[in-house]
Write a new protein. Structure first.
Ligand code: R7I
Ligand code: MG
Ligand code: MG
Length: 349
Protein backbone atom coordinates (compact mmCIF):
# COMPACT_ATOMS: atom_id res chain seq x y z
CA UNK A 1 0.00 0.00 0.00
CA UNK A 2 0.91 3.67 -0.20
CA UNK A 3 2.21 5.75 2.70
CA UNK A 4 0.15 5.34 5.90
CA UNK A 5 -2.22 2.84 4.24
CA UNK A 6 -4.55 0.71 6.35
CA UNK A 7 -2.55 -2.39 5.41
CA UNK A 8 0.59 -0.88 6.96
CA UNK A 9 -1.24 -0.02 10.20
CA UNK A 10 -2.63 -3.55 10.46
CA UNK A 11 0.76 -5.03 9.64
CA UNK A 12 2.52 -2.99 12.30
CA UNK A 13 0.15 -3.70 15.15
CA UNK A 14 -0.42 -7.37 14.33
CA UNK A 15 3.23 -8.25 13.65
CA UNK A 16 4.21 -6.64 16.96
CA UNK A 17 1.87 -9.04 18.76
CA UNK A 18 3.20 -12.00 16.76
CA UNK A 19 6.80 -11.14 17.62
CA UNK A 20 5.90 -11.09 21.29
CA UNK A 21 3.82 -14.30 21.28
CA UNK A 22 6.12 -16.28 18.99
CA UNK A 23 9.31 -14.88 20.54
CA UNK A 24 8.26 -15.83 24.06
CA UNK A 25 9.40 -19.39 23.41
CA UNK A 26 13.07 -18.37 23.35
CA UNK A 27 13.17 -15.43 25.79
CA UNK A 28 16.36 -15.56 27.82
CA UNK A 29 17.92 -18.36 25.78
CA UNK A 30 21.62 -17.80 25.21
CA UNK A 31 21.94 -19.64 21.95
CA UNK A 32 19.08 -20.37 19.59
CA UNK A 33 19.96 -22.53 16.57
CA UNK A 34 18.09 -21.43 13.43
CA UNK A 35 16.90 -25.03 13.18
CA UNK A 36 14.95 -24.64 16.44
CA UNK A 37 13.49 -21.36 15.24
CA UNK A 38 12.29 -22.90 11.98
CA UNK A 39 10.85 -25.87 13.81
CA UNK A 40 8.94 -23.55 16.15
CA UNK A 41 7.64 -21.51 13.22
CA UNK A 42 6.57 -24.50 11.13
CA UNK A 43 4.66 -25.75 14.17
CA UNK A 44 2.45 -22.70 13.80
CA UNK A 45 1.11 -24.07 10.50
CA UNK A 46 -0.30 -27.07 12.32
CA UNK A 47 -4.09 -26.87 11.87
CA UNK A 48 -4.75 -28.67 15.15
CA UNK A 49 -3.24 -25.70 17.00
CA UNK A 50 -4.50 -22.17 16.55
CA UNK A 51 -7.02 -20.06 18.44
CA UNK A 52 -4.45 -18.12 20.38
CA UNK A 53 -2.42 -20.91 21.94
CA UNK A 54 0.64 -18.70 22.22
CA UNK A 55 0.00 -16.16 24.96
CA UNK A 56 1.19 -12.60 24.77
CA UNK A 57 3.41 -11.08 27.46
CA UNK A 58 3.84 -7.64 29.05
CA UNK A 59 5.00 -6.22 25.70
CA UNK A 60 1.57 -6.69 24.17
CA UNK A 61 -0.35 -6.17 27.42
CA UNK A 62 1.13 -2.66 27.75
CA UNK A 63 0.84 -1.92 24.02
CA UNK A 64 -2.86 -2.68 24.30
CA UNK A 65 -3.13 -0.16 27.16
CA UNK A 66 -1.47 2.49 24.98
CA UNK A 67 -3.82 1.71 22.08
CA UNK A 68 -6.95 1.77 24.25
CA UNK A 69 -5.91 5.01 25.92
CA UNK A 70 -5.09 6.78 22.64
CA UNK A 71 -8.38 5.66 21.12
CA UNK A 72 -10.56 6.48 24.12
CA UNK A 73 -8.96 9.87 24.76
CA UNK A 74 -8.40 10.62 21.05
CA UNK A 75 -4.81 11.54 21.94
CA UNK A 76 -2.27 11.32 24.75
CA UNK A 77 -3.52 11.45 28.35
CA UNK A 78 -0.92 10.43 30.92
CA UNK A 79 -3.42 10.01 33.77
CA UNK A 80 -5.58 7.67 31.73
CA UNK A 81 -2.58 5.70 30.45
CA UNK A 82 -1.08 5.34 33.92
CA UNK A 83 -4.41 4.04 35.23
CA UNK A 84 -4.62 1.50 32.42
CA UNK A 85 -1.08 0.21 33.06
CA UNK A 86 -1.85 -0.18 36.76
CA UNK A 87 -5.20 -1.89 36.15
CA UNK A 88 -3.73 -4.24 33.55
CA UNK A 89 -0.94 -5.26 35.93
CA UNK A 90 -3.27 -5.88 38.84
CA UNK A 91 -5.62 -7.95 36.67
CA UNK A 92 -2.87 -10.02 34.99
CA UNK A 93 0.38 -9.75 36.96
CA UNK A 94 1.78 -12.94 35.40
CA UNK A 95 2.66 -11.60 31.97
CA UNK A 96 6.42 -11.61 32.56
CA UNK A 97 7.00 -7.97 33.52
CA UNK A 98 10.52 -6.73 34.25
CA UNK A 99 11.56 -7.02 37.89
CA UNK A 100 11.87 -3.29 38.49
CA UNK A 101 8.79 -2.02 36.69
CA UNK A 102 6.47 -4.01 38.96
CA UNK A 103 7.17 -1.48 41.74
CA UNK A 104 6.11 1.37 39.47
CA UNK A 105 2.94 -0.40 38.41
CA UNK A 106 1.99 -1.04 42.03
CA UNK A 107 2.55 2.61 42.96
CA UNK A 108 0.53 3.77 39.97
CA UNK A 109 -2.51 2.02 41.46
CA UNK A 110 -2.43 4.34 44.43
CA UNK A 111 -5.25 6.87 44.60
CA UNK A 112 -3.26 9.65 46.29
CA UNK A 113 -0.72 9.87 43.49
CA UNK A 114 -0.40 13.51 42.42
CA UNK A 115 2.37 13.08 39.83
CA UNK A 116 2.07 9.98 37.66
CA UNK A 117 5.71 10.32 36.56
CA UNK A 118 7.11 10.18 40.11
CA UNK A 119 7.14 6.39 40.67
CA UNK A 120 9.27 5.94 37.53
CA UNK A 121 11.75 8.58 38.76
CA UNK A 122 12.24 6.66 42.00
CA UNK A 123 13.51 3.55 40.18
CA UNK A 124 17.10 2.38 40.48
CA UNK A 125 18.21 4.85 43.16
CA UNK A 126 16.57 7.78 41.46
CA UNK A 127 18.19 7.32 38.07
CA UNK A 128 15.22 5.60 36.47
CA UNK A 129 15.08 2.43 34.39
CA UNK A 130 16.96 1.99 31.12
CA UNK A 131 15.05 -1.22 30.31
CA UNK A 132 13.28 -1.68 26.97
CA UNK A 133 9.80 -1.63 28.52
CA UNK A 134 9.12 1.86 27.18
CA UNK A 135 10.26 0.95 23.68
CA UNK A 136 8.36 -2.34 23.43
CA UNK A 137 4.97 -0.57 23.68
CA UNK A 138 5.68 2.57 21.69
CA UNK A 139 4.45 1.67 18.18
CA UNK A 140 0.90 3.00 18.75
CA UNK A 141 2.24 6.56 19.05
CA UNK A 142 3.55 6.33 15.49
CA UNK A 143 0.16 4.90 14.45
CA UNK A 144 -1.76 7.80 16.00
CA UNK A 145 0.19 10.98 15.26
CA UNK A 146 1.15 11.88 11.69
CA UNK A 147 3.39 14.70 12.85
CA UNK A 148 6.92 13.58 13.68
CA UNK A 149 7.33 16.09 16.52
CA UNK A 150 4.20 14.63 18.15
CA UNK A 151 5.48 11.08 17.71
CA UNK A 152 8.70 12.00 19.51
CA UNK A 153 7.02 14.01 22.25
CA UNK A 154 4.37 11.42 23.13
CA UNK A 155 6.65 8.40 22.73
CA UNK A 156 8.89 10.06 25.30
CA UNK A 157 6.11 10.89 27.75
CA UNK A 158 4.47 7.49 27.30
CA UNK A 159 7.75 5.77 28.16
CA UNK A 160 8.48 8.08 31.10
CA UNK A 161 5.52 6.69 33.02
CA UNK A 162 7.79 3.73 33.79
CA UNK A 163 11.23 4.62 32.36
CA UNK A 164 12.67 7.96 33.41
CA UNK A 165 16.30 7.29 32.41
CA UNK A 166 17.10 8.84 29.02
CA UNK A 167 18.56 5.53 27.88
CA UNK A 168 15.10 4.07 28.43
CA UNK A 169 12.82 6.73 26.97
CA UNK A 170 15.14 7.66 24.10
CA UNK A 171 14.96 4.02 23.04
CA UNK A 172 11.19 4.40 22.93
CA UNK A 173 11.55 7.49 20.74
CA UNK A 174 13.88 5.65 18.38
CA UNK A 175 11.51 2.70 18.05
CA UNK A 176 8.54 5.01 17.43
CA UNK A 177 10.51 6.91 14.78
CA UNK A 178 11.42 3.65 13.06
CA UNK A 179 7.73 2.70 12.84
CA UNK A 180 6.86 6.25 11.75
CA UNK A 181 9.34 6.21 8.86
CA UNK A 182 8.47 2.65 7.87
CA UNK A 183 4.80 3.60 7.69
CA UNK A 184 5.73 6.24 5.10
CA UNK A 185 7.46 3.61 2.93
CA UNK A 186 10.93 4.77 3.93
CA UNK A 187 12.33 1.21 3.99
CA UNK A 188 12.25 1.22 0.19
CA UNK A 189 15.50 3.19 0.59
CA UNK A 190 17.29 1.47 3.51
CA UNK A 191 20.35 3.71 3.61
CA UNK A 192 18.21 6.82 3.63
CA UNK A 193 16.11 5.22 6.38
CA UNK A 194 19.06 4.66 8.71
CA UNK A 195 20.53 8.09 7.92
CA UNK A 196 17.22 9.74 8.76
CA UNK A 197 17.07 7.87 12.08
CA UNK A 198 20.62 8.98 12.91
CA UNK A 199 19.79 12.59 12.06
CA UNK A 200 16.70 12.49 14.29
CA UNK A 201 18.56 10.88 17.19
CA UNK A 202 21.39 13.42 16.90
CA UNK A 203 18.80 15.96 17.96
CA UNK A 204 17.03 13.74 20.50
CA UNK A 205 20.30 12.99 22.32
CA UNK A 206 21.54 16.56 22.19
CA UNK A 207 20.69 17.67 25.73
CA UNK A 208 21.98 17.69 29.28
CA UNK A 209 19.95 14.76 30.64
CA UNK A 210 21.02 12.42 27.84
CA UNK A 211 24.68 13.41 28.12
CA UNK A 212 24.59 13.08 31.88
CA UNK A 213 23.01 9.61 31.86
CA UNK A 214 25.43 8.47 29.16
CA UNK A 215 28.38 9.66 31.21
CA UNK A 216 27.20 7.99 34.43
CA UNK A 217 26.54 4.72 32.60
CA UNK A 218 29.88 4.97 30.77
CA UNK A 219 28.32 4.97 27.33
CA UNK A 220 29.28 6.98 24.25
CA UNK A 221 28.31 10.65 24.31
CA UNK A 222 25.27 9.92 22.14
CA UNK A 223 24.66 6.22 22.82
CA UNK A 224 21.81 5.57 20.38
CA UNK A 225 23.56 7.46 17.58
CA UNK A 226 26.68 5.40 18.15
CA UNK A 227 24.68 2.18 17.94
CA UNK A 228 22.89 3.33 14.79
CA UNK A 229 26.26 3.95 13.16
CA UNK A 230 27.13 0.35 14.01
CA UNK A 231 23.85 -0.75 12.42
CA UNK A 232 24.82 1.13 9.26
CA UNK A 233 28.30 -0.43 9.22
CA UNK A 234 26.81 -3.92 9.61
CA UNK A 235 24.18 -3.42 6.92
CA UNK A 236 26.87 -2.37 4.44
CA UNK A 237 28.73 -5.65 4.95
CA UNK A 238 28.08 -8.61 2.70
CA UNK A 239 28.25 -11.21 5.46
CA UNK A 240 27.47 -10.82 9.15
CA UNK A 241 27.34 -13.59 11.73
CA UNK A 242 24.81 -13.80 14.54
CA UNK A 243 27.70 -13.62 17.01
CA UNK A 244 28.86 -10.31 15.55
CA UNK A 245 25.37 -8.84 15.72
CA UNK A 246 25.10 -9.82 19.36
CA UNK A 247 28.51 -8.44 20.28
CA UNK A 248 28.11 -5.20 18.27
CA UNK A 249 24.47 -4.42 19.07
CA UNK A 250 23.40 -6.71 21.91
CA UNK A 251 20.26 -8.78 22.54
CA UNK A 252 19.53 -7.76 26.11
CA UNK A 253 16.82 -6.16 28.18
CA UNK A 254 18.28 -2.60 28.05
CA UNK A 255 16.72 -0.36 25.39
CA UNK A 256 20.23 0.44 24.15
CA UNK A 257 20.93 -3.28 23.63
CA UNK A 258 17.69 -4.12 21.87
CA UNK A 259 16.12 -1.24 19.90
CA UNK A 260 19.04 -0.77 17.46
CA UNK A 261 19.19 -4.58 17.24
CA UNK A 262 15.52 -4.76 16.23
CA UNK A 263 16.11 -2.10 13.59
CA UNK A 264 19.07 -4.08 12.26
CA UNK A 265 16.94 -7.25 12.05
CA UNK A 266 14.46 -5.48 9.79
CA UNK A 267 17.17 -4.00 7.54
CA UNK A 268 19.12 -7.25 7.32
CA UNK A 269 16.03 -9.22 6.32
CA UNK A 270 14.92 -6.94 3.47
CA UNK A 271 16.70 -9.40 1.15
CA UNK A 272 16.60 -13.22 1.15
CA UNK A 273 18.98 -14.77 3.66
CA UNK A 274 21.03 -17.92 3.52
CA UNK A 275 19.68 -20.51 5.93
CA UNK A 276 16.07 -19.35 5.74
CA UNK A 277 13.39 -21.05 3.63
CA UNK A 278 12.96 -19.55 0.14
CA UNK A 279 9.22 -19.54 0.72
CA UNK A 280 9.65 -16.93 3.44
CA UNK A 281 8.84 -13.32 2.68
CA UNK A 282 10.54 -10.41 4.44
CA UNK A 283 8.17 -10.35 7.40
CA UNK A 284 8.71 -14.03 8.15
CA UNK A 285 12.48 -13.62 7.74
CA UNK A 286 12.48 -10.71 10.18
CA UNK A 287 10.67 -12.65 12.90
CA UNK A 288 12.80 -15.77 12.36
CA UNK A 289 16.04 -13.81 12.42
CA UNK A 290 15.05 -11.90 15.57
CA UNK A 291 14.43 -15.16 17.42
CA UNK A 292 17.74 -16.64 16.28
CA UNK A 293 19.59 -13.87 18.14
CA UNK A 294 18.40 -15.25 21.47
CA UNK A 295 18.29 -13.04 24.57
CA UNK A 296 15.25 -10.79 24.85
CA UNK A 297 13.58 -12.48 21.90
CA UNK A 298 9.94 -11.58 22.60
CA UNK A 299 10.77 -7.89 22.81
CA UNK A 300 13.23 -7.73 19.91
CA UNK A 301 10.81 -9.67 17.69
CA UNK A 302 7.93 -7.47 18.89
CA UNK A 303 9.79 -4.27 17.97
CA UNK A 304 11.22 -5.63 14.72
CA UNK A 305 7.77 -7.01 13.91
CA UNK A 306 6.13 -3.60 14.30
CA UNK A 307 8.68 -1.90 12.03
CA UNK A 308 8.58 -4.70 9.45
CA UNK A 309 4.78 -4.95 9.59
CA UNK A 310 4.51 -1.24 8.80
CA UNK A 311 6.70 -1.86 5.75
CA UNK A 312 5.28 -5.09 4.31
CA UNK A 313 1.65 -4.65 5.38
CA UNK A 314 -0.91 -7.15 6.66
CA UNK A 315 -0.86 -9.25 3.46
CA UNK A 316 2.68 -10.38 4.29
CA UNK A 317 1.62 -12.05 7.55
CA UNK A 318 0.75 -15.77 7.42
CA UNK A 319 -2.84 -16.40 8.51
CA UNK A 320 -1.73 -19.47 10.46
CA UNK A 321 0.57 -17.29 12.60
CA UNK A 322 -2.25 -14.88 13.35
CA UNK A 323 -4.52 -17.74 14.42
CA UNK A 324 -1.93 -19.02 16.89
CA UNK A 325 -1.35 -15.77 18.75
CA UNK A 326 -3.46 -14.38 21.55
CA UNK A 327 -4.48 -10.78 20.86
CA UNK A 328 -3.57 -10.76 17.16
CA UNK A 329 -7.18 -10.46 15.95
CA UNK A 330 -7.80 -7.69 18.48
CA UNK A 331 -4.75 -5.85 17.23
CA UNK A 332 -6.08 -6.05 13.70
CA UNK A 333 -9.39 -4.47 14.72
CA UNK A 334 -7.63 -1.75 16.72
CA UNK A 335 -5.28 -0.96 13.85
CA UNK A 336 -8.27 0.07 11.77
CA UNK A 337 -9.44 2.39 14.54
CA UNK A 338 -5.98 3.93 14.89
CA UNK A 339 -5.82 4.41 11.13
CA UNK A 340 -9.04 6.46 11.31
CA UNK A 341 -7.76 8.52 14.24
CA UNK A 342 -4.43 9.17 12.47
CA UNK A 343 -6.18 10.49 9.38
CA UNK A 344 -8.27 12.85 11.51
CA UNK A 345 -5.15 14.77 12.51
CA UNK A 346 -3.58 17.33 10.18
CA UNK A 347 -1.10 15.37 8.05
CA UNK A 348 2.38 16.40 9.16
CA UNK A 349 5.85 15.26 8.18
O1 R7I B 1 12.06 -2.33 31.04
P1 R7I B 1 11.07 -3.23 31.66
O2 R7I B 1 9.65 -2.91 31.49
O3 R7I B 1 11.34 -4.71 31.16
C1 R7I B 1 10.97 -5.09 29.89
C2 R7I B 1 11.43 -6.48 29.65
C3 R7I B 1 11.03 -6.99 28.32
O4 R7I B 1 11.98 -7.91 27.86
C4 R7I B 1 9.74 -7.70 28.60
O5 R7I B 1 9.46 -8.68 27.64
C5 R7I B 1 9.95 -8.26 30.00
O6 R7I B 1 10.55 -9.51 29.98
O7 R7I B 1 10.82 -7.34 30.62
O8 R7I B 1 11.34 -3.44 33.20
P2 R7I B 1 12.43 -2.80 34.17
O9 R7I B 1 12.30 -3.61 35.41
O10 R7I B 1 12.28 -1.34 34.26
O11 R7I B 1 13.83 -3.09 33.47
C6 R7I B 1 14.19 -4.40 33.13
C7 R7I B 1 15.48 -4.80 33.81
O12 R7I B 1 16.54 -4.01 33.31
C8 R7I B 1 15.49 -4.57 35.30
O13 R7I B 1 14.82 -5.60 35.99
C9 R7I B 1 16.98 -4.53 35.58
O14 R7I B 1 17.50 -5.83 35.60
C10 R7I B 1 17.49 -3.83 34.33
N1 R7I B 1 17.66 -2.38 34.59
C11 R7I B 1 18.60 -1.83 35.36
N2 R7I B 1 19.56 -2.40 36.09
C12 R7I B 1 20.39 -1.58 36.76
N3 R7I B 1 20.27 -0.23 36.74
C13 R7I B 1 16.93 -1.38 34.08
N4 R7I B 1 17.38 -0.17 34.52
C14 R7I B 1 18.42 -0.42 35.30
C15 R7I B 1 19.32 0.41 36.04
O15 R7I B 1 19.26 1.65 36.04
MG1 MG C 1 7.65 -9.71 27.53
MG1 MG D 1 11.19 -9.37 26.63
Amino acid sequence: GGPASLSRFRGALVAGVLGDCIGGEFEGAEEVPMESVLQHLSGLDDETKGNGVLEYSDDTAMTRCVVQSLLTRAGFDEQDLARRFAKEYSTSPGRGYGNGVIQVLKKLSSFQLSDVYQPARDQFNGRGSFGNGGAMRTAPFALTFPDRADVKRFARLGAMLTHSCSLGYNGAILQALAVHFSLQGALDLPLQFINDLIAEMEEVEDNKEARNDARILKEAEKPFCERLHRVRDLMNRSKVSIEEVISELGNGIAALHSVPTAIFCVLHCLQPLEGLPESYGGLERTIAYSLALGGDTDTIACMAGAIAGAHYGIEAIPQSWIRCCEGAEDADVNAERLHKLYHQFPQGV
